[in-house]
Structure formats: C-alpha cells, structure tokens
Design a protein around this ligand. Structure first.
Ligand code: NAP
Ligand code: G4F
Length: 331
C-alpha cells in the first residue's frame, strides 16, 4: 500500500484496464466507475486479471456503478472516495460512431469532463486530474504535431475532445487545479476494441489464418497513424500526475504508417498476403478524414523522461500473436 487513492472513469476500457494494473502494482487503492448494461452488471472482462471479490478483506480495487452523464453521482463519489488522483478516461471513443451519435458523443466525451471537474470543485477535494485528450483534435494539421500545433478537429468526437481539453486548461487557470491533458496519439493492444482498425485487422488475420474467415472489409487504406502500445501510455498518464507542475503533453511514438502498411505487416506475421484478403467497403469511409497523425513527444521526453519504446510494426506482431493465441485457447 502506498496510501494513495485513485479514481478512474472508463476503467473497463483498454487504457483503464492497463492503468488499473499499473496503479495496483504501485500500491494504490483503485476505484473505477462502470456502466450497467441490460445483460451484465458491468462490462469488466478487461479487468478479469485483477478483479477482487467484494468479500476480500485486503481488497484494493473497488468498482462503482455510474456514468459520467450523471453529475450528482460524480459529486457523491468524489466526496466519498476523496481520491488523490482522478483519471478521466470515459468516452464514446470511436470516431466513426461519433458521426452517427454526435449529441451523445458530446454529452459523454465533452460534458462528462466538465461534470467531473465541477464534481471536484463542488466536493472541495484536493486531487490531481488527468484528462484523456486526443490527437484527433489536430485534424488536418501538418505533421509532426506537438503541443504548439493549432487544433482543427474533423469529427464530432474531435470537437467533443477539444471542449474537454479546453475545460481542463480553464479549470487549471481559473481555480488553480492540478488538471492536465495527455494529448495521446493512437495506442493499441490486444485489449483494443474490435472495431478500431488495428484490432479489426489483427483479429481478421488470425481468424483467416485459422480458416474461420476469408476476408476483411476496410475503408481508407491511405490514412497515416502513429500507433503506440497502450501499456506504455498508461505509464505516461501516471507520470504526468507525479510531475511537480501541471503541464499538458503530447504522447506519441514519432513513427507512423498507413493502414495499408499495418495490414501488410499483420497479415505477413500470420503467414498471409494481405492483398488476398482485404477488400474495400465505403461504409468504413468517414465524412471527413484525418489524413496524417504523427506526434512529436520530445517535450515529455525532456521534462519527464517518458518515451514510447514499441513502434507500430512490433505492435502489429504483438496483437497478431495475441489474437492467434486466443483462438488456440478456444480450441
Ligand atoms: P475505450 O476502450 O473505448 O474505453 C472507453 C471507456 O469509457 C470504457 O470503459 C467505457 O465503458 C467508458 N464509457 C463510455 N461511456 C461512458 C459513460 N457515459 N460513463 C462512464 N463511462 C463510459 O477507450 P480507450 O482506448 O481505453 O481510451 C481511453 C480514453 O483515451 C478515451 O477517453 C479515449 O477517447 C481517449 N483516447 C484514446 C486513444 C487511443 O488511441 N486509445 C487516443 C487518444 C485518446 P464501457 O466498457 O461500458 O463501454
Ligand atoms: O482505428 P481507428 O478507428 O482510429 P482513429 O479514428 O484514428 O481514432 C482513434 O485514435 C484517436 C487518436 O488519434 C483516439 F482519440 C480515438 O479515440 C481512437 O482511439 O481508425 C484509424 C484510421 C482512420 O483513418 C480510419 O479512416 O483507419 C481508417 N480505417 C480504414 N478502414 C478504418 C477502417 N477505421 C476503422 N475503425 N475501421 C475500418 O474498417
């Protein structure tokens, strides 16, 4: 035990699960907000490795039913837990979905952040806050993008993230809160949701190699992304809240590839030629695309010492291996 308490919104997501493991390993008491669904008490499969039964006397992981659209719930929870650190990872995080559900995305992703900031203010708790900002806020800005690059979001998701980002800056400047944004470029892992392009590709490559499927349908193959490895980004979030000063940082690898390059590498690692299995479907094209995101994370390297080690090609191999292993386990 290190005597510290953290609250994570979005604990059941990709990043939330890695951050939970990291904080538990550092001796934190970890609290997370999980959503009730019609068929499950909560979607907690990514937390299976660290889940603790409520009857466990030494328990350090606590899951609370809630939602970032419920302001009263957030105030009560922050007041009860009195966390030293809050990580706001809750979001409708899928860019394409945000074009179909723009108002819902704004409610969760933009207003969720301000509800949480207000909950901290209303409860009077002295806490440090991490806001999960996104490289999607840069839109078509020329790469490499860094902390000085002008924002130009190109999706309802990007617009919502920009609101949350500026709200975080504003609460820092207005109320002196230790509130910071990590402007994270794409980061992936075997726990990535199956509709994001990297996981869609690695899962398809594994299933095609196993003879379960024959092809996968993708949209724009020319988009360039700076794909990093999610556990390393969880470490950066934690480091930002340990820093002396509240400072916003870009989190990125600095290396990038096209969707086509990623597909080629993933299929090759599964022993396949991507050209035999990838087909185009325009339904996966977006009304407005972000063509090229490549981050320059020199500032956090200089000031905090964080650097991403895993680049997109190694990441593709890690994800294909995990998807192949999951199929083998299933028998
Ligand atoms: P993710 O896997 O989609 O996880 C999102 C989390 O938010 C899930 O736990 C989800 O719960 C929760 N959530 C959604 N709506 C909610 C609501 N109304 N109330 C409470 N919780 C809600 O996303 P991720 O990849 O881990 O990303 C974490 C954060 O970083 C997100 O804010 C994302 O937008 C941001 N980000 C991600 C990347 C990236 O490349 N991964 C890059 C930049 C920024 P359920 O499990 O119930 O759905
Ligand atoms: O994997 P994606 O859906 O990720 P996207 O849109 O870059 O957003 C992710 O990264 C952001 C950080 O920049 C996060 F803030 C956000 O929450 C999310 O985690 O798509 C990547 C690229 C896009 O250019 C998309 O048009 O892949 C292209 N793509 C091509 N075919 C596809 C597909 N994307 C998806 N999801 N599905 C396809 O079939």
């Amino acid at each position: 035990m290190n005597g510290k308490t953290a609250l994570i919104t979005g604990i059941s997501g990709q990043d939330g699960s890695y951050l939970t493991e990291l904080l538990l390993s550092k001796g934190y008491e970890v609290h997370g907000i999980v959503r009730q669904t019609s068929s499950l008490i909560a979607n907690t499969s990514r937390l299976d490795g660290v889940y603790q039964d409520p009857h466990e006397p030494e328990r350090r992981l606590f899951l609370h039913k809630g939602d970032v659209t419920d302001a009263g719930m957030l105030v009560n929870l922050v007041r009860d837990i009195r966390p030293d650190e809050i990580y706001n990872l809750a979001s409708q995080s899928h860019v394409q979905v945000s074009f179909d559900l723009p108002e819902y995305t704004a409610n969760v992703t933009a207003l969720g952040a301000i509800r949480l900031l207000e909950a901290v203010r209303a409860s009077g708790v002295d806490t440090r806050i991490y806001q999960a900002s996104s490289s999607e806020m840069f839109g078509p800005a020329a790469p490499p993008q860094d902390e000085t690059t002008a924002f130009h979001p190109r999706s309802p998701y990007g617009v919502a993230k920009l609101y949350a980002h500026w709200a975080t800056v504003n609460y820092r400047e207005s109320y002196g809160m230790f509130a910071v944004s990590g402007i994270a470029f794409n980061h992936e892992s075997p726990r990535r949701g199956e509709t994001f392009v990297t996981r869609k590709i690695t899962r398809a490559a594994a299933r095609i190699a196993a003879g379960i499927e024959k092809r996968v349908y993708l949209g724009n193959l020319e988009a360039v992304r700076d794909w990093g490895y999610a556990p390393e980004y969880a470490e950066a979030m934690w480091l930002m809240l340990q820093h002396d000063e509240p400072v916003d940082y870009v989190l990125a690898t600095g290396r990038a590839a096209t969707v086509r390059d990623f597909a080629e590498a993933a299929f090759a690692h599964a022993g396949l030629d991507w050209r035999d299995h990838v087909e185009h479907d325009e339904r996966y094209e977006r009304p407005a695309e972000v063509p090229e995101l490549v981050g320059d994370a020199a500032k956090i390297g200089r000031e905090i010492g964080w650097r991403a080690e895993v680049g997109w090609d190694r990441l593709a191999r890690i994800m294909v291996d995990a998807d192949l292993a999951a199929l083998a386990d299933r028998g």
